[in-house]
Design a protein around this ligand. Sequence first.
Ligand code: SF4
Length: 227
Amino acid sequence: MASRAPCKRSAAESLDDVVARARSCNHCASILPHAPRPVFRVHADARILVAAQAPGMRVHRTGIPFNDPSGDRLRRWMGIERATFYSPSIALLPMAFCFPGSSKSGDLPPPKDCAKIWRSRLLVHLDKIELTILCGSYAVDWHLSALHLTLSEAVARWRELPAGVIAIPHPSGRNNGWLKRRPWFESDLVPELRRKVALALKSVPQHRLSRLHQEGRHSVSQWAGPT
Ligand code: SF4
């Protein structure tokens, strides 16, 4: 697999430890437009990793990732409902955890230091991931760094990507033009994405999936970063 090799797990740092440290991180305080509010979601039993860009303003306010029209479109592409999307079987780990601010052309890029500081330390604990969904160019650059693909190349060459990895554009309405020029994305790749998502979730025992759904329904409010 040409994607990044997993780093070795530090015996001294449990998943709970690194989550707690990341949630209280203020490394970028001097460059962010608001006080840092890291928003991400991980669970040791996660089977699917959604690697997106960074929280937008609405996510910054609510602390709930993809609780917006982009999230609705992403869930439709994945073929799952909110209860599954927000269950512990799915990890939501953007390339940066805090809202980076915006300009006239949209949200600013995710601060690079976030992935440098936190990403490998969290990912090393997610050893049950069967499908990684790279959502946008920043995730493609980091996860498939050895392949040197643009986002458009990574999406178009989906059959050639490492097993268990699929690349998609960010589901934001800003990408409607991109999607319109590539009708094969909806007709060919979205069905493949749904098939892969269903397959990854199938490995979760049904009784456990049912329990995870219940946990997902009841825990959304707990996912906000520190206020
Ligand atoms: S973006 Fe990441 S590194 Fe920067 S303050 Fe937020 S959690 Fe820390």
